[in-house]
Design a protein around this ligand. Structure first.
Ligand code: FES
Length: 580
């Protein structure tokens, strides 16, 4: 696909606010000048928003104010007027009940801010898990020129001469304390060493996966995803991103030019190759919905099925994002996909060049970090989409993070009705469970939790951990942190809280998992299942009002990306009327 730049100069969107001599034009400019902006900055040059998810409550994005200054440098250098503005920042590590509940709120904030303000283009400054999809969703719904720059991952955690991966090490150490392999004091000591620089999680968790998705979609400049937050090259990336957005406005290069079906196919395959997060499934479905690109859950299975996982990073592998960057980063992975005929080389990127052109010269500097195809972590990376009477609308599992011996398994269900039930009973040695059982957790889906919490990788009972068992089959309608691992079936749809079959699983039922056959089956008769479903009643609707009520009323299922029904689609940039 070739992109034909629009003619320049031409009338920009911001001219409607700043470009004339009417009372309203003077009003708009005059108030802006209280910030000390010289008159010549309103001479018709592109006005570029810097949409910033900086927040001290989102520690992974805590350095984005500083990085925004570099973006501003770049915008000024290229002849634009930068105007930075904040949007709601859903921080993964602290926000309750879960940051996912607020992804859509952030996306709404972004969409309305972009549409309502005199912006010709925007730089999306993101990092922590939900901030990347939220800003892409909002920008896709408005469709003015937009480019992503991420904050970059933290340096490797270091404790007792070993690398400590964000999240992954936390889950491992927590289990080690329960099994007696580690003391609580050691755990507290390790806490000091986990997060030792600005930046997002340093594993191939959701943040790094979504940074990779932004790059694979063509929405960030090549090489953006892996540069550590504190590496001087991160600042360079921010500055050239600032320069580039001005040219994108000149060329009228919009998200709708980049976010094509081919771009999403590239991203899905890339997620398989990097061993990326299951959360990317939800986010890409939601972004595609905003971009009005046809994409389904089944596409994840079809497109990712034969993609080997070649990035040897935790949680699937051994290393962290720092090593990934030193090895050459995402362009090396995209080049491997390109050479294997698994990349749409002609997909356009925000650079104005195709993704094939961007990665043609990428070189792998460490084949233990980015593995050759014949030494892949798993030949079938990607996300497996399971179907069956337990998940009519689908469920997902990440094979690269699961135990091979559990990929085909039949076991007795041990049911937890919700997360409180799980927490109340999991440590009880009287719990009737062994390692062959299947742990079932209900009511943790989009409506049930609400917000679809990252609790699907529920910890094993201590009495099983003490036997040295590290993994069991677990099923829920929840999500899992991208930094987590295990034979964990997630996103089961329809969810329990709306009467999906998961709601009627009982203790003692037999459940069959066959990842190869993509099957998830509750071994009861059709009649029995129908009888239980017709007897099922929803929990009393406790109206809480406010945003939570809006969320519960309008959120769609996991198979649709958990976006609000009324936010799907591109509504464009037209505002309607002036404010006065
Ligand atoms: Fe923010 Fe992982 S918690 S990136």
């Amino acid at each position: 696909m070739t992109f034909k730049p629009a003619k320049w100069p031409r009338k920009l969107r911001s001219h409607e606010w700043y470009g004339g001599t009417s009372r309203d034009n003077i009003y708009h400019r005059s108030w802006m000048k209280n910030q000390g902006l010289p008159a010549d900055l309103f001479d018709g040059r592109p006005v570029i928003g810097i949409c910033n998810t900086w927040s001290e409550l989102t520690p992974c994005n805590g350095h984005l104010r500083d990085l925004a200054e570099r973006v501003k440098h770049g915008i000024y250098e290229a002849g634009g007027l930068p105007l930075e503005f904040p949007v709601f920042s859903p921080g993964e590590s602290s926000l309750r009940p879960t940051a996912m509940m607020y992804r859509n709120m952030c996306a709404m904030d972004v969409e309305e801010a972009l549409r309502g303000n005199p912006l010709d283009g925007v730089v999306l400054m993101v990092g922590c898990d939900k901030t990347t999809p939220a800003l892409l969703m909002g920008a896709a719904s408005v469709d003015i020129p937009a480019i992503v720059v991420t904050g970059g991952p933290m340096l490797n955690g270091k404790w007792r001469n070993t690398d400590v991966g964000s999240g992954t090490a936390l889950w491992q150490m927590s289990e080690a304390v329960k099994s007696g392999e580690m003391t609580q004091d050691e755990f507290l000591e390790a806490e000091q060493a986990m997060s030792r620089s600005p930046g997002s999680c340093n594993t191939m968790g959701t943040a790094s996966s979504m940074a990779s998705m932004a790059e694979a979609l063509g929405m960030a400049l090549s090489g953006n995803a892996a540069i550590p937050a504190v590496d001087s090259r991160r600042r360079v990336m921010a500055q050239i991103t600032g320069r580039r957005i001005v040219d994108m406005v000149k060329d009228d290069l919009k998200p709708s030019d980049v976010l094509t079906r081919e771009a999403f196919e590239n991203a899905i395959r890339t997620n398989g190759a990097i061993g990326g997060s299951t959360n990317a499934v939800l986010h890409l479905l939601a972004i595609a919905g905003r971009a009005e690109v046809e994409l389904t859950l089944d596409d994840w299975d079809t497109l990712g099925r034969d993609i080997p996982t070649i990035v040897n990073l935790m949680p699937s592998g051994k290393y962290l994002m720092e090593e990934f960057f030193y090895a050459g980063g995402l362009p090396v992975v995209l080049k491997a996909l390109l050479d294997g005929g698994k990349l749409h080389a002609n997909a356009l990127t925000v650079s104005g060049r195709t993704i094939g052109e961007e990665v043609a010269d990428a070189k792998n500097w460490n084949e233990d970090v980015i593995l050759p195809l014949d030494k892949a972590l798993t030949q079938e990376g990607g996300i497996a989409v399971l179907k069956g009477n337990l998940a009519p609308n689908g469920a997902v599992i990440k094979p690269s993070a699961a135990s091979p011996h559990l990929m085909k398994h039949r076991g007795r269900a041990v049911v937890f009705e919700d997360i409180d039930d799980y927490k109340a009973r999991i440590n009880d040695d009287a719990l009737d469970i062994d390692e062959t059982c299947v742990m079932v957790l209900k009511n943790c889906g989009p409506r049930g939790y609400p917000g679809m919490a990252e609790v699907g990788n529920m910890g094993l009972p201590p009495k099983i951990l003490k036997k040295g068992i590290k993994d069991m089959v677990r099923i829920s309608d929840a999500r899992m942190s991208g930094t987590a691992y295990g034979t964990v079936i997630l996103h089961t749809a329809p969810e329990a809280a709306i009467g999906g079959p998961l709601a009627v699983v009982q203790n003692g039922d037999m459940i069959e998992l066959d990842v190869e056959a993509r099957r998830l089956h509750l071994d009861i008769s059709d009649d029995e299942l129908a009888k239980r479903l017709s007897a099922w009643r929803p929990a009393e609707n406790m109206s809480v009002g406010g945003y939570e009520q809006l969320f519960k009323t309008h959120v769609q299922g996991a198979d649709k990306g958990v976006d609000f029904d009324f936010l799907v689609g591109c509504r464009g940039k037209a505002v309607g009327r002036d404010s006065h």
